[in-house]
Design a protein around this ligand. Structure first.
Ligand code: DUC
Ligand code: ZN
Ligand code: ZN
Ligand code: ZN
Length: 478
């Protein structure tokens, strides 16, 4: 088994930082040599296979992106990253674990949807992966199968209050599924937007000739997010099911979460880099020679980009500081402009929803450390430690400690990363939604289960390095 010693770096955890050396043995972390440690003072450099000098750099637990959609079927097409391309891009950006969404569509059995996802991912991933289960149709079969998911290491499931006719569940269905969740420890994840209301507003915009992409954002009003968030919280309250709201973008939805948490309810929220950095105004102003105002389709995602004038982005950063929001995931759901997004030329409702960001989450969030929005420790907590705890992987993932998987990222605060399609881009898309973003930091080395998979801008990993993770119950259940 290979042994690696990472020397001279600053090990950063969710709770602090210290100078320490990290010893990896095989696929695990064997020791963290910090002042007071028994092994400190022993010169291990001669006895290990490899020494990595991390002087002046941060040594952090590998990133965990708990919200990705590789190959998600959507609007007659499918997300353009396969498990192979998407997990490799994730690795490039310092993410060593993803949790993707297995899909049960209407009329399909949950077991069949899940089996399909296992088939898509098995043997293809660059990094470890787990699954949440999308319950697209709550019926007797899915309600009966849900408890069995726990034994298979799928300890969370998602429902949609949006997308009538596709993934949508009404309140009665949500209530029933939450009752099962409360009984079994499954964590309920919710796409909280009032879909029926949004669909009427969208139809009216189209009827008025308003077909450009940013109208997607005008139809998906913040009130529809606040209302659905509140309703989901109340259904959680009735059933006693803990609740995790995905991709929160409206400040009013955060307020609903904060009120519920203050009242002692077990509810959580995640936001995504696009809701911290990008805005509806920028989408409205977007234009290019190739696409004209259809350029804005690159940023069509749901929940939508929100108005900067209304202060949503500032509020998301604030909520990350105050712990009204607990995590940052990407909702990675990439589509090419040509042949995918352009299905919505002339009708924004037909633009497949999603942005590709799995490669850039750690960098984009580190820039928040540089600009003083969050601390270094909070960066690690939001992108690795809390995702591990929330989704039943902590100890194995999300922390640098003896016995944990050897998932370690060496991050250079003196490095630089220019994001752009022709610069650093490994996602399977024909554009970057993050073109021109400059990061005052750099993912130097990425180690997954003891193996160096990215080193100095070189990819050393292989398809099939990653394995399925059977997750335990969330640590946030009470
Ligand atoms: N939102 C997206 O942007 N894409 C996929 C599904 C979703 O809810
Ligand atoms: Zn969603
Ligand atoms: Zn999603
Ligand atoms: Zn560097």
């Amino acid at each position: 088994m290979t042994t690696t010693l990472i020397t001279g770096g600053t090990v950063v955890s969710a709770t602090g930082r210290s100078h320490a050396d990290v010893l990896l043995d095989g696929d695990k972390i064997a020791a963290v040599l910090r002042p007071g440690s028994e092994l400190l003072g022993t010169d291990l450099t001669a006895s290990v296979d490899r020494v990595i000098d991390a002087s002046g750099k941060y040594v952090i637990p590998g990133g965990i992106d708990a919200h990705t959609h590789m190959q998600l079927p959507f609007g007659g097409t499918a997300a353009s990253d396969t498990f192979e391309t998407g997990t490799r891009a994730a690795a490039w950006g310092g993410t060593t674990t993803i949790v993707d969404f297995a899909v049960q569509t209407y009329g399909e059995r949950v077991e069949d949807g899940l089996a399909k996802w296992h088939e898509l991912a098995a043997g293809n991933c660059a990094i470890d992966y787990g699954f949440h289960q999308i319950i697209g149709g709550v019926d007797d079969n899915s309600l009966a199968v849900m408890p069995k998911l726990v034994d298979e290491g799928i300890t969370s499931f998602k429902m949609f209050m949006a997308y009538p006719g596709v993934f949508y569940s009404d309140d009665a269905k949500i209530l029933k599924a939450m009752q099962v969740a409360a009984d079994t420890g499954l964590l309920t994840m919710m796409h909280a937007e009032n879909g029926p209301v949004i669909d009427v507003l969208a139809e009216q915009l189209i009827a008025a000739g308003k077909t450009d992409p940013y109208n997607h954002g005008l139809a998906r009003v913040w009130q529809a997010e606040e209302e659905a968030t509140h309703r989901a919280i109340m259904l959680g309250n009735i059933t006693g099911a803990p609740l995790y709201i995905v991709h929160v973008s409206a400040k009013q939805a955060v307020e609903q979460l904060a009120i519920a948490r203050d009242r002692g309810q077990n509810v959580f929220g995640e936001t995504c880099p696009q809701y911290l950095y990008l805005s509806l105004e920028e989408q409205l102003g977007a234009s290019s020679e190739e696409w004209g105002s259809f350029e804005g389709a690159k940023w069509v995602c749901s929940t939508p980009l929100r108005s900067r004038a209304e202060g949503h982005q500032d509020h998301m950063w604030r909520a990350l500081r105050t712990n009204d929001l607990q995590m940052v995931s990407t909702d990675h759901c990439p589509f090419c402009m040509k042949g995918q997004k352009d299905l919505g030329l002339g009708d924004f409702r037909k633009i497949p929803n999603g942005i590709g960001s799995v490669e850039h989450r750690l960098d984009l969030m580190y820039q928040g450390v540089v600009t003083g929005e969050i601390t270094l420790e909070r960066w690690v907590e939001l992108t690795s430690t809390t995702p591990a705890r929330m989704f039943g992987m902590y100890g194995k993932k999300g922390v640098i400690q003896p016995g944990a998987d050897g998932d370690v990222v060496i991050y250079d605060p003196n490095g630089h990363t220019s994001i752009g399609y022709d610069k650093t881009h490994h996602m399977n898309m024909d554009h970057s939604a993050w073109e021109g973003f400059e990061i005052d930091g750099h993912v130097d080395t990425v180690i997954s289960k003891g193996k160096v998979i990215v080193d100095d801008n070189e990819y050393l990993g292989a398809k099939g390095d990653g394995a399925f993770i059977k997750r335990g119950l969330s640590q946030y259940l009470i």
